[in-house]
Design a protein. Sequence first.
Length: 164
Amino acid sequence: MAKWPKQSMVDSFYGNPRGENGEVDPDWLSDNIIRIAPPWKIITAWDFKPVKSIKVHKKCADSLQKVFSIIWNNAGMQQDKINEWGMSLYAGAFNFRMMRNGTRLSMHSWGCAIDFDSARNSFGDKTPNFALIPQVLEAFASEEWTWGGNWRTPDGMHWQAANI
């Protein structure tokens, strides 16, 4: 049995985040979204401001912490290596929104997706930088997170705790 649900089953696994008027349900939000922090320093990929913690669903938080621990160990616990790989450039996690050019909610809406280093791993880029960093790919794969860099239209910055 897979660790994570199929995208079509995320409501039954993570709960329904939809509230009124196209907004996130505030009760769902307070019951399910928690903050975690990687063991290295991160900054926003768009304005390079420090980020203290990341909002994710409580059901995938421990798994993501394990991924971060593996990545940190693979980097020799060196911030310079994390920076080189692009794992210090946080590009988003929980965000209640629609998929890009879509009519369905993004996996970010359930807090089960995370993005890093959007500049070097942009949506549609068939040669994402993370493809060259097995230490990162293997860490996410060890916890069965799906990487968007393998999709028909690649999204190399994106990992999700949901299967296609």
